[in-house]
Design a protein around this ligand. Structure first.
Ligand SMILES: Nc1ncnc2c1ncn2[C@@H]1O[C@H](COP(=O)(O)OP(=O)(O)OP(=O)(O)O)[C@@H](O)[C@H]1O
Length: 241
């Protein structure tokens, strides 16, 4: 169970990015986080992960998240990642094993097997020795998901994973996330394509600095909440609501 209690973030004295966000996630789910540009979606993930300073607390199974950060795997927005870094696909995936390695342990056979299995799951086992700079955007996103898989975390945070990727990669990722949920994981996804919301997410968080709504997608994904977050002109699945 994850409980966020009154999370607030102010990057500067004058601009508040998030205001008293509270919610509880109590069962495995795929949860979408939507809201307009600058709504604080990325900031919320970073506050939970203790990457940005904040007020409020997050508990995982009753304990402060600081003690359980290993339970969360995180893929940041693509813009924050250096594609030109000279490592292979396999090495990139193996980075996900580091949080679980002891201080003196190195990556060994077990970790390499985990990486191979994860790459197979995302359909990229043949590309293990390729440099990450030679991948398509969609392949790279799948590599980052494979890196999450080897971390074997209970929670997976993905920040805009589908931006600029091909339809095949998107569907491979989504199918895998559904399997992970069935295996008991909880996945939080910052997302901007409102057309896919109903297909992708069991639960939905609508954010605009404050929490506009959080609950089952069927109950939350409605005109009233979208207008509260985005204003009067919003675009859903090709139709203006
Ligand atoms: N490091 C930072 N320093 C100062 N202000 C920041 C920083 N990061 C984000 N902000 C500001 O905080 C607010 C929320 O940003 P955030 O990136 O969390 O929004 P978002 O909902 O993820 O937006 P987008 O959909 O555009 O990615 C914005 O006004 C942004 O300019």
């Amino acid at each position: 169970m994850m409980e966020c209690k009154e999370i607030s973030v102010a990057y500067t004295n004058r601009s508040i990015a998030l205001e008293k966000i509270s919610f509880t996630i109590s069962k495995p789910a795929i949860i979408g986080i939507i809201g307009p540009n600058g709504a604080g979606k990325s900031t919320l993930l970073k506050a939970i992960l203790e990457i940005v300073g904040h007020q409020g607390t997050t508990l995982i199974d009753g304990a402060d998240v600081k003690k359980s950060l290993k339970k969360i795997a995180y893929v940041e927005q693509k813009s924050g990642i250096d594609y030109t870094f000279p490592i292979t696909v396999e090495e990139c995936v193996l980075l996900g094993t580091y949080p679980n390695l002891g201080v003196f342990r190195r990556v060994g056979k077990k970790e390499k097997e985990q990486a191979a299995f994860a790459l197979d799951q995302v359909g990229l086992k043949d590309l293990a020795k390729r440099q990450i700079g030679e991948l398509s955007g969609g392949q790279f996103q799948r590599v980052l998901l494979a890196r999450c898989l080897v971390q074997n975390a209970e929670y997976i945070f993905l920040d805009e994973p589908f931006v600029g990727i091909d339809a095949t990669s998107e569907s491979i990722i989504m199918n895998l996330l559904k399997k992970l949920k069935q295996a008991g994981k909880t996945i939080l996804i910052v997302h901007h394509d409102l057309g896919k919301v109903k297909d992708y997410f069991d639960q939905l968080m609508v954010l605009n600095k404050q929490l506009v709504a959080f609950g089952q997608t069927d109950e939350v994904f409605n005109k009233e909440n979208l207008i509260a977050a985005y204003g009067d002109t919003i675009y859903v699945g090709g139709e203006t609501e």
